[in-house]
Design a protein around this ligand. Structure first.
Ligand code: E4P
Length: 217
């Protein structure tokens, strides 16, 4: 399963990239606003930090303007992936862009039928939002299971990009279901390395090592 960083914070992306665990980045208008940076500038900088896809989202609601915005965004770098909302205009834009070889991430997916439409529109990625479903008392991971079944039934190439990931259990379940990608805040990805028994084990080994009076270097 690929790991994308869901952020527009340069320092956090650099830190994750240095671990070798970063496969791409997703941004959205809220994350860009939170960064306080210019959209084009920060997106270009992010594209230089990974060779993987960097999702940059259109803000227009109609197909024609979405295409114009996509034209501007894809000039930023070769690894820009155009993010469009899961609406009829977004799907039309997805079909047109992927038809000419541009990567497209269809975002704000909240039902399996929406994911079916994204795959039929040739999406490179579909982004089902699990955390926002959970917030509303619906088990978001059930949606991932359903999409996996549908995509496997028809051998769709569209990758399931689990979005709105909030914690380690979302990551674990995504991997067990066989999602292709998950995107999460870097702190959630880094925290996956933590285990109390790992810390306790290191502590015990180092205490015993100290008793030997030896050093490796
Ligand atoms: C996905 O691409 C979105 O940027 C993101 O995962 C949304 O997550 P949120 O629900 O935590 O805002």
């Amino acid at each position: 399963m690929k790991f994308f960083a869901d952020t527009a914070e340069i320092d956090d992306i650099k830190e994750l990239a240095a671990t070798g665990l970063l496969d791409g980045v997703t941004t959205n208008p809220s994350l860009i606003a939170k960064s306080g940076r210019n959209f084009m500038e920060v997106t270009k900088e992010i594209c230089g930090l990974t060779s993987g896809p960097v999702s940059a989202e259109v803000v227009a609601l109609d197909h024609e303007t979405m295409l114009k915005e996509a034209e501007v965004l894809r000039k930023i770098a070769d690894n820009v992936c155009i993010k469009v909302p899961l609406t009829i205009d977004g799907l039309k834009t997805c079909k047109a862009l992927t038809g000419e070889g541009t990567m497209v991430n269809v975002t704000l997916c909240f039902s399996a039928n929406q994911a079916l439409l994204a795959a039929k529109a040739g999406a490179t990625f579909v982004s089902p939002f699990v955390g926002r479903h959970d917030d509303n008392g619906v088990n978001g991971m059930e949606l991932i299971r359903d999409i996996r079944t549908i995509y496997d039934n028809y051998l769709f190439d569209t990758e399931i990009l689990v979005a709105s990931v909030r914690h380690a259990t979302h990551v674990l379940e995504s991997a067990l279901i066989g999602a292709d990608v998950m995107t999460a805040p870097p702190k959630v990805i880094m925290a996956l390395a933590n285990h109390v028994l790992t810390d306790k084990g290191i502590e015990g080994f180092l205490a015993d090592w100290a008793k030997t009076g030896q050093s490796i270097l």
